[in-house]
Design a protein. Sequence first.
Length: 418
Amino acid sequence: MDFSLSTDQLQLQQVAHEFARKQIRPMAAEYDGRSDPKEAFPWEIYEKGNEIGFNKALIPEAFGGPGLGNLDLAIIIEELAWGDAGVALTYLAHWLALRPLINGGTDEQRSRFLAPVIADTDGHYLAAIAATEHGTAGDLSPRDHLRQRTDQRVGVTPEDFATNYTIPAAERRESTTTARLDGDHYVINGTKRFITNGPVASVYLVTATMDPSKPDAEATGCFMVAANTPGISIGKIENKMGHRLSKMSEVLFEDVCIPSSDRIPTEATIHGLASSTTNVGALCVGLARAAYEEALSYAKARYKGGNRIIFHQAISMKLADMAIGIKTGRLLTHLAAWENDQGKPLGASQYMAKVYCSDMALKVTLEAQQIFGGYGYMRDFPVEKWVRDARVCPIYDFTNEMLRVNHILPSIAFDPSA
Ligand SMILES: Cc1cc2nc3c(=O)[nH]c(=O)nc-3n(C[C@H](O)[C@H](O)[C@H](O)COP(=O)(O)OP(=O)(O)OC[C@H]3O[C@@H](n4cnc5c(N)ncnc54)[C@H](O)[C@@H]3O)c2cc1C
């Protein structure tokens, strides 16, 4: 068993770290502080990142890319997130949208959709995955709930609890975006929300039900859709608490007509989503590392209570626990990525890496804030940004509750060694 990175991987790590240090860190706070989310997307950073090739990283050599593996990508994402979590998320979402095409598309589909990424003449080529929808929470959508919260609520009675019944995953019909086959075309209708890169993407990977009368598990199709296809428009641009250097919006599809040949296998998307959770783990490690390094340096410098605060045991124990969490998270992330690279079936390790590292990042950034005392709460110190950035990690790319209950538990329940 050899845990050391290869020479190539160490070089990748260095390139990504230098990019984060020189191009991301000096600008991150300024962009993060912009109140209008439309102004917070730093094209100048992405243009330079795309010039280095971050948007081409996972494209196979046969299609003109470097064909990096999952461990390579985890190494890059950790460093980018050390610079800024939003920048890392932009690339993570871009890779996630392309991965199913790369793993499951035909050669014809791959040549057609990957050629513009390789060409990327203006350094603006990004992709997005459009899966999440408003859903059917009770009778109210989340936004209706927000509007009506003072005068109308969905009633849940004691009888509801007594007779409560959750529809099994295999029977759920929750997708409202539809893809209807019409001759040799699919016609897509629906609204997707919370789409990272939504307003800046050149191509979307869209999920939709091909038959609303059937459960989503049977009827979901996945489609590559160019962003300039007629009928696509951008809805609300979300004003996020953190990850502000990534841009997110609703994406609306109205009678969007695409060739039936642009459908890609649903299993490839499910596999891609599982792979991506490893990258979220790596993002969380990089983010936690940034906060830990700053807190360590502050604890060595701050003199209070008769000593430098690093020598107060309460503070030194926090720092030790933070370091343990980061190292454990990195090991789990690298294991999950390595298993993926070995072609092992994806499952518990990938989801565990996401759940563990996102909980860890939130804890570590909060502890860093505590070590900074009152200054940790001030906007001209960097720690409060990391807390805001970390808060979403247990929520996005499947909530940690969903992953624990629906993915990790079923894996370990039948195979305790998973
Ligand atoms: C910053 C950010 C970036 C995102 N980027 C993208 C993107 O690029 N593309 C995309 O398609 N989506 C994206 N999303 C959406 C994200 O994946 C969803 O927000 C997330 O999966 C949760 O879904 P939801 O918001 O509908 O919450 P809900 O599903 O409504 O969950 C509400 C609560 O109920 C719990 N819950 C729900 N179902 C279960 C269950 N079965 N078991 C136990 N608990 C449950 C949840 O854990 C949560 O606490 C992004 C979201 C954020 C915040």
